[in-house]
Ligand binder design. Structure first.
Ligand code: ZN
Ligand code: ZN
Length: 244
């Protein structure tokens, strides 16, 4: 029988990789082996110039140059200027984000923030970084806001100020994950507010979230940020859910 201390340690820090079940060594990351971590796939290829969704296909060679945004954005333009998500929300990355968010594994914040901050090329000339806020009751339950943790690191990396609480979540809503896609926009409507609009007046804002799904939450944030007088709003997310 193993020493009880080892068993406690294995419970807190599992000794096998969540992704492939290989034994972990001190050179690996928390919960994941290095090959699994390095296999996290970035989103590549052509993406919508507004919402960033990949796989933008033109219907013919001739309209390829004109097609820069997807049909959804063309029909109903988002309130933000541009959204960028770096990775597909799947496999090891999805496991890591879920561990961080729902099991409060804060040791994964740093490796996840590194993934984000190593890929900030093309995001420049921003004035303020801010996270998608959590409602205070959900924050109490989860103990940390994963978007704020990521936004802090982005602000440090880009050397621009972080606004932690000017955008606030003032209405508690059911989690978006419990809802059908079509109900998500309605669910988040009027659930955010800007406490000091003057701070965002004519500023270029970089709104950070962990995972984009329909984009309904960041779109609603962008609506109130624009109403507060923001000059432009870019969204940066670690990952995006992509329907196959
Ligand atoms: Zn592995
Ligand atoms: Zn789009």
């Amino acid at each position: 029988m193993r020493h009880w201390g080892q068993r406690v340690l294995n419970f807190v820090f599992p000794s096998t990789c969540d992704g492939c079940e290989a034994a972990l060594t001190h050179e690996d990351l928390p919960f994941f082996c290095r090959p699994c971590w390095e296999g996290i796939r970035p989103i590549t290829g052509s993406t919508c110039s507004r919402c960033g969704i990949p796989g933008l296909h033109s219907r013919s060679e001739s309209d390829a140059s004109e097609l820069t945004c997807c049909h959804t954005c063309y029909d109903s333009p988002p309130r933000y200027d541009k959204a960028t998500a770096l990775f597909r929300y799947e496999g090891v990355l999805a496991q890591a984000v879920q561990r961080m968010k729902y099991k409060s594994q804060t040791s994964l914040i740093s490796p996840l923030a590194n993934l984000l901050c190593e890929n900030l090329q093309g995001i420049d000339h921003m004035d303020i970084v801010l996270p998608v806020p959590l409602h205070v009751t959900r924050l109490r339950k989860r103990e940390f806001n994963q978007s704020l943790a990521l936004a802090k690191r982005v602000a440090q990396t880009l050397h621009i100020p972080l606004s932690m609480d000017n955008l606030a979540r003032t209405r508690k809503t059911p989690p978006q994950t419990t809802l059908e896609w079509k109900d998500r926009q309605r669910n988040v409507r009027d659930s955010f507010s800007v406490r000091r609009p003057h701070d965002f007046l004519e500023k270029k804002l970089l709104l950070v979230d962990d995972v984009l799904t329909t984009g309904a939450t960041v779109n609603e944030c962008a609506r109130v940020l624009r109403a507060a007088g923001a000059e432009s709003i870019q969204v940066l997310a670690l990952a995006r859910t992509i329907a196959d």
